[in-house]
Design a protein around this ligand. Structure first.
Ligand code: RB5
Length: 142
């Protein structure tokens, strides 16, 4: 199960990502926002982050205008490693090296085509399991 959420800045891209996940036959839960009206990104970043941290969702995708505010919010939740990605190289590397459990994107930064490629890369790349990466990840948590 993939948790997905955005503020108004990411609303349109969130809808496109949902359609893409449906086409891939992947299940998701939409944590809002549900309209394009102005709203506060921490509400949605935190909701997705908690769902991933508590095990309700395996991975998360969060979107705001830049991806910055919503990723900062998600990374405040214990156990969350949210990676803000604007390219496929970073999306692959953050899964292999950081075992990132949430992908953050900026809808005002990315075109839809690139954003969907980043989603696919993030979802399809496994964690390497390399001991040096396991060690470094264990050093992140306070
Ligand atoms: C909303 O205008 C905008 O600030 C938000 O989407 C995001 O970019 C914040 O980091």
């Amino acid at each position: 199960m993939i948790g997905i959420g955005s503020d108004h800045g990411g609303f349109e891209l969130k809808e496109a990502v949902k359609k893409h996940l449906e086409e891939r036959g992947l299940e998701y839960k939409d944590f809002g926002t549900y309209t394009p009206a102005s709203c506060d990104y921490p509400v949605y970043g935190r909701a997705v982050a908690k769902a991933v941290a508590f095990g309700e969702c395996d991975r998360g995708i969060i979107i705001c205008g830049t991806g910055i505010g919503i990723s900062i919010t998600a990374n405040k939740v214990k156990g969350i490693r949210a990676a803000l990605c604007s390219d496929c190289f970073s999306a692959q590397a953050t899964r292999e090296h950081n075992d990132a459990n949430i992908l953050a994107m900026g809808a005002r930064v990315l075109g839809e085509g690139l954003a969907l490629k980043i989603v696919d890369t993030f979802l399809d790349t496994p964690f390497s399991g390399d001991p040096r990466h396991v060690r470094r990840i264990s050093m992140i948590e306070e």
